[in-house]
Design a binder for this molecule. Structure first.
Ligand code: TTP
Length: 393
């Protein structure tokens, strides 16, 4: 079976991290977000991966190439994002036989994906307490009889996770009219499949849609927690690694460093001396965390520097960011309310008591900058020395 992986999106809710990197290529533990799904699909035995690409597609193509883990890879281009059915339609000439459709920016537990991909028409479902904001399946005797979008009166608590196996016939049913929200939706194709085939449900035990920056932290919390501890890099005898810590070959841990796992230091990362890294932290390739710096529950992307006397908590720093000496991130509000972040121009609750900042690629802070919780720094933004930053820039 072929797996069509949707990876054409602009990831506008993930700005500024997606300003020049597509969301499916954001780092989640030791690989890009979409590789978790691609790997699970390969392990489940799919015989071809078809990526639907568009926005910043070169990085997707560079990563997956023409063969990925022994499986041929092809690419279909969706120039305009007109919906998920429109995305699959872009791939119709690649489809030959029954096919799976998977979101490139969702994380599914691999065992469930394997069960999904092992048979005929099927949908992935996830049980939630309040299904009303989702697409909800009506299920009778293990077979789907209907899907209802955002129902007031949900027919079940099993929601759509965007993972499907379609029969070969569905390739001819991809031309669906535009929905009320102005998209050509794959669920309209699914409706027809439900009408003509028995569609199984496969319960996904764990599922996470990664749309907004704090969900990238959640994704890393999940996947860093699954890593087997391993030290292949150069770790000083005077460093203390506690819990599940992975130090890749080519990473360096200097004297006086304490790392509390889960944590992953990718090749070329350099920590210390005298630094403290803790709580689900990912330090990507060529990150430098220097003397007297504490990093907690954060994703620090490739080439970023936090060299001296700083605190970074519950934050995502993009690529090649530089934090001046003494830059401090506040990650907790005095009123103890959940921290809010700007998503597509609106302040939205992260649902987290603790959340720090999101810095776009190349942002630079002056020495002794203090950053309020829930701030976004645009790519290339700068701050003055000693500045207390209370608004996005
Ligand atoms: P979304 O998360 O709805 O879209 P997005 O990734 O562009 O993000 P945002 O809403 O923040 O702008 O898309 C769900 C999945 O489907 C995701 O994997 C991207 C993919 N997709 C396409 O490939 N083409 C499309 O036309 C649409 C709407 C989505």
């Amino acid at each position: 079976m072929q797996a069509v992986i949707l990876a054409a999106g602009e990831g506008t809710r993930m700005r500024p991290l997606t300003a020049s990197l597509p969301k499916p290529m954001l780092p989640v533990a030791d690989r890009p977000l979409s590789a978790h799904t691609a790997d699970a699909a390969v392990e489940a035995g799919v015989d071809e991966l078809v990526f639907v690409v568009g926005y910043e597609q070169a990085t997707v193509r560079d990563h997956f190439g023409e063969r990925y883990r022994g499986v041929p890879v092809s690419y279909a281009v969706q120039d305009e994002q007109l919906g998920t059915a429109h995305a699959v339609k872009a791939a119709e000439n690649h489809i030959d036989g029954a096919f799976a459709v998977l979101n490139g920016d969702d994380l599914y537990d691999p065992a469930a994906l394997s069960a999904l991909l092992s048979g005929g028409p099927a949908v992935g479902t996830y049980a939630v307490d309040d299904p009303t904001p989702y697409g909800v399946f009506d299920v009778q005797d293990g077979t789907v009889t209907d899907i209802v979008e955002k129902p007031d009166d949900p027919p079940s608590n099993r929601v759509n996770v965007g993972a499907y196996v379609f029969p070969a016939e569905a390739r001819n049913w991809l031309d669906v009219p535009m929905s009320e929200r102005g998209e050509h939706e794959i669920t309209d194709v699914l409706e027809r499949v439900i009408g003509e085939f028995d569609v199984r449900t496969v319960d996904v035990e764990r599922w996470l849609g990664v749309g907004r920056p704090w969900e990238l932290l959640e994704a890393n919390e999940w996947k860093l927690g699954d890593l087997e501890p391993a030290v292949r890099g150069d770790v000083s005898e005077d460093a203390d690694l506690r819990g599940p810590v992975v130090v890749e070959a080519g990473a360096t841990v200097e004297p006086g460093v304490v790392i509390e796992g889960p944590a992953l230091l990718r090749s070329g990362a350099d920590v210390g001396p005298n630094a403290y890294v803790r709580g689900s932290t990912l330090l990507c390739a060529d990150v430098h965390v220097g003397n007297g710096v504490e990093i907690k529950n954060s994703v620090i992307m490739q080439g970023t520097n936090v060299p001296h006397l700083s605190y970074v908590g519950d934050s995502v720093l993009g690529r090649n960011v530089n934090f001046g000496a003494g830059t401090q991130v506040a990650n907790l509000r005095h009123d103890d309310e959940h921290v809010k972040l700007t998503v597509k121009g609106e302040r939205v609750s992260t649902g987290r008591r603790k959340f720090g900042v999101v810095a776009g690629d190349g942002a630079k802070t002056g020495i002794n900058t203090s950053l309020n919780p829930g701030l976004t720094l645009s790519p290339g933004a700068t701050t003055e020395p000693g500045e207390s930053v209370t608004r996005d820039r």
